[in-house]
Design a protein around this ligand. Sequence first.
Ligand SMILES: Nc1ncnc2c1ncn2[C@@H]1O[C@H](COP(=O)(O)OP(=O)(O)OP(=O)(O)O)[C@@H](O)[C@H]1O
Ligand SMILES: [Mg+2]
Length: 410
Amino acid sequence: MTLKVGVIGGGQLARMMIPAAINLGLDIRVLAETEGMSAALAASEVGDYRDLDTVLAFAETVDVVTFDHEHVPQPVLRALVERGVEVHPGPDALQYAQDKIDMRARLTELGLPVPAWAAVETEDELQQFIDAHGGAAVVKTARGGYDGKGVRVVRAAHEATDWFTALAEDARGGALLAEELVDFSRELAQLVARRPSGDIAAWPVVETLQRDGVCVEVIAPAPASAPAADEHTDAGASTVEANGTAAARHGRHLASPASADLVERAEQLGRAIAEGLGVTGVLAVEIFEASDGRLLVNELAMRPHNSGHFSIDGSTTSQFEQHLRAVLDLPLGDTSPFAPWSVMVNILGGPQDGPLDSRYGAALAAEPTAKIHNYGKDPRPGRKVGHVTVTGDRLDDVLQRARAAAAHFA
Ligand SMILES: Nc1ncnc2c1ncn2[C@@H]1O[C@H](COP(=O)(O)OP(=O)(O)OP(=O)(O)O)[C@@H](O)[C@H]1O
Ligand SMILES: [Mg+2]
């Protein structure tokens, strides 16, 4: 009997589960939002994930339901569970990936390290928070944000007037999340996977770089030290020489991986959250490494995540295979890296003059060691349309090759 996994949402995360499912001989079916999405190859249905009947009918065709995104409404999720559908992650866990205020409140209850925060309902409350936290705050909409949309640094409460107005017009009402502006030396991400029966597997912590709130680059494992202040400003440079020089100048060629202590602290944080929230499947914990060395949790994703794409080409078990194993409650795979370093660079926007594969002739010839991942999406400014991974022994060399390969698709 073939095991059947149903994925709600047809984006690139669902798409990248397909090869892993094929290799394991699983039947993977996707409920896509529209025709022609990234995961169209496995889309057995197109329909509205907010409609209970649509989702129920889809769930009846599979053994377990999982997700490409966290937007399926709680009432729909709970109705599935009541009818005996295996849903992973389940609604009790997923609520904390759906609402950043609920997430902050629960992590605080669990005694886990988070930035100072408050749920603010009025401009007065926000101004009080700003005044109490050094004259600045990061304001976030609790729901629906992604890629930095719904995140704003403010120094006065009126800079968030439009969001308070939108709240007032929203029938559900609610509050905005205010956070201290964290003084971080870098951002990290800890990926773990947890089975319903409780086993957990963790990948070594990675370093992530966000530009304008969007992930642009991931280094696995995280190097011992944070990048020099200007290193990443060279990340978009198009010539190999420029990048190579930049990396050498900043000594990344001498980079050693993060200390066992940092790896251990990040892993323990990931495990504590997976267990504390009852997460099943892959959990990504976005972390700030504060200037004083503390690790603070930024946000959570309960599905494969951009920070784990390196694992397709760089790890014995990819996050996509691991997610499928975990949601089916199968034994988890080994997470050892294939090479000392993996670097993943996102392809954002894509070429303006044609699809990604219009650049294959030049890109593949110039960068034979790069693994190119094309999500089959139409180019659009800032949109995640693909990524590149390079693995190897020397970080400066791997960084340079990955950036050079991605630059072919700009
Ligand atoms: N409290 C904070 N202090 C400093 N920087 C922050 C803070 N919160 C967020 N940021 C910056 O903004 C980025 C986006 O924030 P966050 O991850 O909360 O938003 P998002 O839009 O939900 O992101 P994602 O695309 O990961 O879902 C972070 O990666 C970080 O660079
Ligand atoms: Mg984020």
